[in-house]
Design a protein around this ligand. Structure first.
Ligand code: PMV
Length: 309
């Protein structure tokens, strides 16, 4: 048997604007993981993907092209030059909440690619893994920017510009993020589609909002490189105000953001597509417990604390 894992992620700043070519920053969240195990299967069974959390078993040979689990297996086998439908059972489990902006789809795909490559005794670069996963992200999200597959495959904080490139950058001082789940699931493609309609109705307004978000990402990168956490917190607040104007916040998000700030967070914002999902708050060792408690009292369905380094 071979096994592999992949982390979750959060977007620190720049979501939505990143779809329109402005920069964004994303960081991996290792406290939640997707796992894939590959076992030899019975003769003639073909390749089965057993997704326990989704209560699904997919026969890769019979599934259609729109099935993301089957498609990542096919693409990987093609890439590594293996048989097309070998007798294998791939079991997938994940602690990453689904539909909450934590990259669960990208992490499941990444874990499958890594486990299958290892099973075939092949090494794949993180770039090759990311490129394969991007193809399947298109099934989940329509027109994804590519930030999720990149941060999950490379497992490093990244500064990302769609179709231009991305960089791993220096974290001057490690910092803590509290990630709090609103408990509300939202479909990224729907939120992205809604923003697209608003943008088309008023391109000047939305372009200027995206420019301001892009400026936040540039300044946030400098603040992280310099270890200037007060500035980073203020920039997260500014990003949240812009996301509200873009129309992707929600009452549940606003409630948790307010609770985090009341608890002493240096800054807080939604993370990912919005209309629910997770919020992130920048905290110190001194404020993390209080912010965690305030978020739970305000109704957070789950709270994770992660260190960015
Ligand atoms: O997959 P999520 O929920 O983290 O959202 C992705 C972030 C967006 O910028 C809204 C979309 C994208 O493709 O980058």
């Amino acid at each position: 048997m071979t096994s592999a894992s992949a982390p979750g992620k959060v977007i620190l700043c720049g979501e939505h604007a990143v779809v329109y070519g402005r920069p964004a920053i994303a960081v991996p969240v290792g406290e939640v993981q997707a796992l894939a195990h590959v076992d030899a299967g019975g003769p003639g069974q073909g390749t089965l993907v057993v997704a326990q959390d989704l209560e699904r078993t997919v026969a890769v040979g019979k599934a259609d092209k729109e099935d993301p689990l089957a498609q990542i297996v096919r693409l990987t086998l093609e890439q590594i030059g293996g048989e097309t439908d070998p007798d294998l059972t791939i079991t997938v489990t994940s602690t990453i909440p689904i539909g909450r902006g934590m990259g669960s789809g990208a992490a499941i795909s990444t874990a499958i690619v890594r486990a299958l490559a290892e099973h075939h005794g092949q090494w794949m670069s993180s770039r090759a893994v990311s490129d394969l996963v991007y193809q399947v992200e298109q099934i989940y999200h329509g027109t994804p920017s590519g930030i999720d597959n990149t941060v999950v495959a490379f497992e490093k904080p990244i500064f990302f510009v769609k179709e231009v490139g991305w960089e791993v950058f220096w974290v001057g001082r490690p910092f803590l993020l509290v990630v709090a789940d609103t408990g509300v699931t939202s479909a990224t493609w729907q939120v992205v589609g809604d923003v697209r309609r608003r943008y088309e109705a008023d391109p000047d307004l939305y372009s200027s909002l995206f420019d301001r978000v892009g400026a936040v990402s540039h300044k946030a990168r400098t603040a992280i490189e310099e270890g200037n956490l007060d500035t980073l917190g203020r920039l997260m607040d500014e990003n949240q105000a812009l996301l509200q104007q873009i129309g992707v916040s929600s009452p549940e998000v606003d409630r948790l953001v307010a609770a985090a700030r009341q608890g002493g967070a240096l800054g807080a914002k939604l993370s990912g597509a919005g209309w629910g999902g997770n919020i992130i708050a920048l905290v110190t060792r001194e404020t993390s417990a209080r912010v965690d408690m305030m978020l739970r009292l305000a109704g957070a369905a789950n709270v994770i604390i992660t260190e960015v380094r």
